[in-house]
Design a protein around this ligand. Structure first.
Ligand SMILES: [Zn+2]
Length: 151
C-alpha cells in the first residue's frame, strides 16, 4: 500500500502571504474527470485566525453563493481546522484568474448579506454559533487585499 502525503503539509506556511487562492490539488479520476481542490486563505497562518462564529457563517453563506452562481460544479466547501481559510473542491478545469473574479463576486454577496441561510436548529449542528458581522469583516479584508494566486 502506498502512503499518501497530505499535500497541504508540504506547503511552507511561513512563506505565504494571505489572503491567497492556491491550487492545493488536482486529481484525474479513472473516468477522466478533473477534480480540483483550492485553498482559499483568508488570514495569515499562525498569525491571525478567523473566529468560529465568523467561519461558520462564512461557510453557510459561501456554500450557498458558490453554488448559486452556477459557473462551477461544486463538490465540497469546508472550513480549515486551523481557522485561517477554507477548502473548495470542484470539477475542473479551473482557470484560477477567472475563479478569483467569481470568488470575489461571491464575497461581495457575503459583504451585503442580510440573513444567514440554514440557521434553524433542524438545519445546522451549532445554529447559535454565527456572526454575520464578523463574516462580513473577513469578506471585506479579502476583497480589499487583492489576493494572490499561487499554483
Ligand atoms: Zn452550520
Amino acid at each position: 500500500m502506498t502512503k499518501h502525503i497530505v499535500k497541504s503539509f508540504n506547503l511552507d506556511h511561513t512563506k505565504v502571504t494571505a489572503p491567497f487562492i492556491r491550487l492545493a490539488d488536482e486529481i484525474i479520476s479513472p473516468k477522466g474527470d478533473i477534480i480540483v481542490k483550492l485553498d482559499l486563505r483568508f488570514t495569515q497562518p499562525n498569525k491571525e485566525f478567523m473566529d468560529m462564529p465568523a467561519m461558520h457563517t462564512m461557510e453557510h453563506l459561501l456554500a450557498t453563493y458558490l453554488r448559486d452562481g452556477g459557473k462551477y460544479k461544486i463538490i465540497d466547501f469546508s472550513p480549515m481546522g486551523c481557522q485561517t481559510g477554507f477548502y473548495l473542491t470542484l470539477f475542473g478545469p479551473v482557470d484560477l484568474a477567472e475563479f478569483k473574479d467569481y470568488f470575489k463576486a461571491c464575497l461581495k454577496l457575503v459583504a451585503e448579506a442580510q440573513t444567514i441561510p440554514g440557521t434553524q436548529e433542524k438545519e445546522c449542528g451549532n445554529y447559535k454559533s454565527h456572526s454575520l458581522a464578523n463574516a462580513k469583516k473577513f469578506a471585506l479584508n479579502f476583497l480589499n487585499a487583492d489576493a494572490e494566486i499561487l499554483k
